[in-house]
Design a protein around this ligand. Structure first.
Ligand code: FAQ
Length: 311
């Protein structure tokens, strides 16, 4: 039976069809998808923090309303991603426990502080921009529930990116101090946003298998280069610069080349030693504890309803 399952799985992958939750799949496929989807979900949830930090200090009612909506969208993305991950068999409580215990990774980018209002612009433009560049190809991921979740998430991220760009555009046309604040935010978020695509291809243990399984469609470096080419053009509209004197389009290779990134810093951040790792996890644990009564109430209500239905 396993042999038949494997043959069918291989055939579905070869013809670019989708694997669905009830289909037979290799354990390693299940495992790597659970890893990637749950890390992605954790990133959305932890990623709410840097921006939530600015909700009370947004410069106008309109900006506040927009920022609240964006942070709420991120919670929604986390929820559908946890649901997609659960279809692979690991319950959400277990996934959550992996996050709270520090065992599971989440995106390196959310371990950097959001210091100024301009950071809300840089996060929207660069962080959501990188997220889109990485996630549009994931809409075609071979695992059905993941690909379908990505479609809606990408639509919402596109709106997030536009709102970030618009914040920066307004600051760039503001006072000297506002322009400086916008440039400073870009300077700090540039390299960390390039690191969101993961380690270089030569140092990416999961890539080859994930490409063979059509979970990933492009390599980490390919997507990073595509992204840097996009922002190299967009930054001109802002009248600002990217902190990368080496950035250029290589005619021969037909691609954008950027400066070397500090991969030691990346490794330190994903090992838990970035500027905000401890704070982010502490805040998440606190929020989880404070939410216990909501989970208990929901469970009690569900039990009561089930009991009534039996009578
Ligand atoms: N941070 O072999 P690879 C968002 C880990 S967007 C932390 O290349 P893979 C939206 C990797 O897990 C951010 N860890 O791995 C938003 C692996 O470790 P493991 C979330 C990283 O999976 C915007 C090891 O390094 N997006 O949240 C990172 O083939 C604004 C070796 O790496 C996604 O998760 C990193 N940057 O490729 C929210 C997208 N890079 O697990 C709020 C889906 C690598 O073996 C505000 N994920 N690692 O222990 C992916 O596309 C892939 O997982 C990659 C990594 C491309 C991130």
């Amino acid at each position: 039976e396993e042999q038949a399952g494997l043959e069918r799985f291989n055939a579905l992958i070869a013809e670019d069809s989708r694997i669905e939750p009830r289909d037979w799949m290799p354990e390693a496929y299940r495992k790597t998808l659970t890893r990637q989807i749950s890390q992605h979900a954790h990133s959305e949830i932890i990623g709410m923090q840097p921006e939530a930090n600015w909700i009370t200090r947004a410069p106008s009612l309109k900006r506040k309303a927009i920022l609240i909506a964006k942070v709420q969208d991120e919670a929604g993305h986390g929820l559908y991603l946890y649901s997609a991950a659960e279809t692979l068999g690991t319950p959400r409580d277990v996934l959550n426990e992996q996050l709270l215990s520090g065992k599971a990774k989440y995106s390196s980018i959310f371990n950097y502080p959001a210091r100024s209002w301009a950071d809300m612009g840089a996060i929207g433009w660069l962080v959501d921009g990188a997220a889109i560049a990485n996630q549009v190809p994931l809409c075609r991921a071979s695992y059905g529930p993941y690909g379908r979740a990505m479609v809606r998430i990408c639509k919402e991220e596109s709106f997030h990116q536009r709102q970030g760009f618009e914040i920066l555009l307004e600051l760039a046309h503001g006072t000297e101090a506002q322009k400086t604040m916008a440039q400073d935010a870009i300077n700090r978020f540039y390299a960390p946003s390039l690191m969101m695509f993961g380690p270089p291809d030569t140092d990416s243990p999961n890539s080859q298998q994930s490409m063979e399984w059509k979970i990933k469609r492009f390599s980490n470096d390919e997507l990073r280069q595509r992204f840097v080419g996009m922002i190299a053009e967009q930054v001109k509209v802002l009248g600002l610069t990217l902190p990368d004197p080496e950035l250029r389009f290589d005619e021969e290779a037909g691609q954008w080349l950027h400066k070397d990134l500090d991969w030691d810093e990346f490794k330190a951040v994903i090992a838990g030693n970035g500027p905000c790792n401890a704070q982010r996890l502490e805040r998440r644990r606190e929020a989880h504890e404070n939410g216990a009564w909501v989970r208990e109430a929901a469970a009690a209500y569900a039990a009561k309803k089930a009991q009534k239905a039996q009578v």
